[in-house]
Design a protein around this ligand. Structure first.
Ligand code: MSP
Length: 519
């Protein structure tokens, strides 16, 4: 199939502030998107997966100032750290956008002009509270003990500002939510968004006049755009919008926009589910199909914060435990959408249990027996499968649609739970069938049992490529599955390994973790 004839899937991570080094929270959002992007590619979609860096605004300007370098030099170097992370963590993003790029400035200014031409922007003056850490405006009534509701310090700001007429969009937003019940996930978060909007919206200050590090407002050099208007626009910039602009790409924009999914953390849902759709409606542009808000990680029970200095470095985790092991843990341990706690004990438990014992041993045991007893050639799949054979194979054959349904709802932990259920079934089957005993008592049956098990391993390995690409590749190499036979089109009955199919010498793929903290 050519890319043009495949269905498209466009998904985005938030773009990361370059005021800080990447930590586990950043890696988490991008990993979730990577898992989904790879899954969709294997499932026959033409995927565009976008990530990048959010480089303007007061927060970044201040970080550059504190580091004693110009904002441009500062953002160049920190943005590079985020770009490097995508390679180190094996993220498969198709593009990496920086808001300081010209293509992005053009898109921001075009969006601004559309909003202004349609009468949605007015020049006024802002006086109120601003939290640089959140890059957000707060009213007096929102403050809690003199701080933002997020705990961020606030300062009083009084300056000329353009306002977007957000208050006019309440009814249209509510009608849109009503008509699009899947627009925000999880449901509990969607309810929060709806009540926020139902409670009434105030016009939004969308420009700043007291500093310069931003995209300038067209025809008014005294103002730079509010960093969130600038940042949100990245999602449409990357599609080649505006199609008639200097960086435009008519075909790409038409194919990619609207986005299928914006993945965000719960702290920035309001910007994506309220402000962004309002800006797009006001500019007469199509709205994204879905926004999903995931939860936050704590570290051994404590909130992760700069002042506590307890940020978890994803590169160190990958180094210590293995990259695919870390990727598995982050997606499996916590129901996606809920908050979760990182602990060394929890990751070791997952590595030694789910990976080393359940999947690693299964694959190693089965492939070693095939390798040793059948000269590295697959025995035939049973002509007349027993009930046990049928039940196990049927469970594996039924996985893809069930897993797909979970992935489409971003229930990543559930998708993995379903796969590991089949792995558990296979482990029970191998214990009951005891092929090492059959070797002496009924070698023909032993051959059938191993063929059934190899089929389960093949299907599982194909499915887990999306999350653990390197390990799954090793498993499929050992099974001798050709590289063009690894997509989801290969799952199910018609594609089983034929008798005589040659496998490679098996090597353990998921070693037990026996380092520091192991019990
Ligand atoms: N620049 C804005 C996003 C603009 S999108 C148009 C921003 N950047 S951020 O770098 O502060 O945060 C990016 C993402 O990291 C958010 O989705 C946030 O939820 C996530 N996380 C930051 N700390 C986190 C944890 N401790 N746990 C999980 N995710 C966390 O916001």
């Amino acid at each position: 199939m050519t890319n043009q004839s495949k269905p498209k899937y466009y998904l985005t991570t938030p773009i990361y502030y370059v005021n800080d080094r990447p930590h586990i929270g950043h890696a988490y959002t991008t990993l979730a998107c990577d898992f989904l992007a790879r899954f969709k590619r294997l499932d026959g979609y033409d995927v565009c997966f976008l990530t990048g860096t959010d480089e303007h605004g007061q927060k970044v300007e201040k970080a550059a100032h504190d580091a004693g370098v110009s904002p441009q030099d500062f953002t160049d170097s920190v943005s590079q750290n985020f770009r490097d992370l995508t390679d180190s963590l094996n993220f498969s993003n198709d593009d990496f956008i920086r808001t300081t790029e010209s293509r992005h400035k053009v898109a921001c200014q075009t969006l601004w002009d559309l909003l202004r031409e349609r009468g949605h922007l007015t020049l006024g003056s802002y006086s109120g509270w601003y939290a640089t850490r959140d890059e957000a405006f707060y009213s007096e009534t929102e403050l809690v003990d003199g701080k933002a509701p997020t705990g961020a310090p606030v300062e009083w700001v009084e300056e000329p500002s353009y306002f977007f007429n957000l208050s006019q969009w309440q009814d249209r937003l509510l009608a849109f939510y009503e008509a699009n019940p899947d627009f925000v996930g999880p449901d509990s978060r969607f309810n929060e968004v709806k009540s926020f909007v139902a409670g009434g919206l105030r016009d939004l200050s969308v420009s700043r006049a007291s500093f310069k590090w931003g995209v300038s407002v067209p025809n008014d050099d005294d103002h730079v755009m509010y960093v969130w208007l600038d940042a949100l626009t990245n999602y449409i910039t990357a599609t080649g919008w505006p199609a008639d602009g200097s960086f435009g790409d008519v075909e790409k924009y038409a194919r990619l926009w609207p986005a299928d999914l914006h993945m965000v953390g719960k702290d920035i849902l309001r910007f994506h589910a309220v402000y962004w759709p309002a800006f797009l409606m006001a500019a007469d542009l199509p709205l994204p199909k879905r926004v999903f808000a995931h939860g936050w990680w704590t570290n051994e029970g404590q909130k992760i914060s700069k002042s506590l200095g307890n940020a978890i470095d994803p590169l160190e985790l990958a180094e210590q435990y293995g990259l695919d092991q870390m990727r598995y843990f982050l997606m499996r341990e916590v129901p996606f959408g809920k908050d979760g706690d990182y602990s060394a004990q929890a990751i070791i438990h997952r590595i030694n249990g789910d990976l080393a014992n359940d999947l690693g041993n299964l694959s190693q045991r089965v492939l070693s027996m095939v390798f040793k007893n059948f000269d590295g050639k697959m025995p035939a799949f049973p002509d007349q499968p027993t009930t046990e054979d049928r039940v196990l194979v049927a469970a594996a054959d039924a996985l893809l649609p069930a897993v797909r349904e979970k992935m489409d709802r971003q229930a990543f932990h559930e998708a993995l739970r379903l796969i590991w259920q089949v792995i558990a079934d296979a482990n029970r089957y191998v214990d009951t069938a005891a092929p090492w005993v059959l070797k002496k008592t009924d070698p023909a049956r032993m051959a059938e049992v191993l063929a059934v098990l190899a089929e389960i391993i093949r299907q599982v390995a194909i499915l887990i490529q999306a999350l653990m690409p390197a390990s799954a590749e090793k498993m499929l190499d050992q099974l001798g599955v050709a590289t063009d036979k690894r997509s989801f089109a290969q799952i199910g009955g018609a594609k089983r390994l034929a008798k005589g199919h040659i496998i490679a010498k098996p090597e353990p793929i998921f070693p037990r973790y026996i380092g520091e903290g192991a019990v």
